[in-house]
Design a protein around this ligand. Structure first.
Ligand code: HPA
Length: 278
């Protein structure tokens, strides 16, 4: 397992992707569990399966297709990741961050991250969308961070600022388009846990107490790598299930994928409308 990435490893992967792309993408998006259908809207699409890119982490999870989709959407050159790899699959944090490093090498300026998440905020219902305004890096706070190891100075500083991990200007555009298109949009704090086990009721009560609105198993490492390299980030959580604060209901991956069907059309409206404004 690659614990730390070298610039040479990043460039080997970036070279393979660059050769296949027709033009340089400006905006990238990562489509989470059950949300891969968003890439179907990409026009003049070309596909690069992850196993064809050296070092690229391949998702082993149902609901993650595992390929790059590049083309145009709303007049923008886009690069979509249809599926992502997770820390719980056995990848190092650095490997989880490799796709972001490749995007940065390709000149991507804006990253849109999406995920399926459990609602910790009791006001959220399955099928709702939450604009991520901040995150709680519970895995990295006392453990693995994707930036651990030698700092890649050509990407960013040793101690990168995270005071505005989620770009305020992009968030404001998302709020505006949500109002205009009448897509209800919650806002809140996302926490990433290592997984793959779902939370106990006690875990969830703890998360609620510390100010979490939605819980998942991805996104945070990607956003840290993005910010380290100066990439601007916009984030959406699709709420796939309600938190089981009292232990009365069961959470399954199937219900996460099912809720994805409801969320994809809403996220498509939001993402298309944001793209049209950029
Ligand atoms: N917990 C953690 N990750 C998740 C959940 C959840 O309830 N739903 C979707 N991803």
């Amino acid at each position: 397992m690659t614990e730390f990435l070298s610039v040479a490893q990043i460039d080997r992967a970036a070279e393979v992707v660059r050769e296949r792309l027709q033009a340089q993408p400006r905006i990238a998006a990562i489509l989470g569990s059950g949300l891969g259908g968003l890439a179907d809207a990409v026009e003049e699409a070309i596909y690069i399966p992850y196993p064809e890119i050296p070092g690229w982490p391949t998702s082993t999870v149902p609901g993650h297709t595992g390929r790059l989709v590049s083309g145009t959407l709303e007049g923008q050159r886009v690069l979509f990741m249809q599926g992502r790899a997770h820390f719980y699959e056995g990848y190092s944090m650095a490997q989880v961050g490799l796709p972001i490093r490749v995007m940065q090498r390709l000149g991507v300026e804006i990253l849109i991250v999406t995920n399926a998440a459990g609602a910790v905020n009791p006001a959220f219902e399955p099928g709702d969308i939450m604009l991520i305004t901040d995150h709680l890096n519970l895995i990295g706070m006392a453990g693995p961070n994707p930036l651990r190891g030698p700092n890649l100075d050509e990407f960013g500083p040793r101690f990168p600022d995270m005071s505005q991990a989620y770009d305020r200007e992009l968030a404001e555009i998302a709020r505006q388009v949500a109002r205009e298109k009448k897509v209800p949009l919650h806002e809140g704090v996302y926490v990433s846990l290592a997984g793959p086990s779902f939370e106990t009721p006690a875990d969830l009560r703890f998360l609620r107490t510390v100010g979490v609105d939605a819980v998942g198993m991805s996104t945070v490492p990607e956003v840290i790598v993005a910010r380290h390299g100066g990439t601007r980030v916009l984030g959406f959580s699709g709420i796939s299930n309600k938190a089981n604060l009292d232990g009365s209901t069961v959470t399954t991956h199937e219900e996460v994928l099912e809720a994805g069907q409801i969320m994809v059309p809403k996220l498509e409206v939001l993402i298309r409308s944001v793209l049209a404004r950029l």
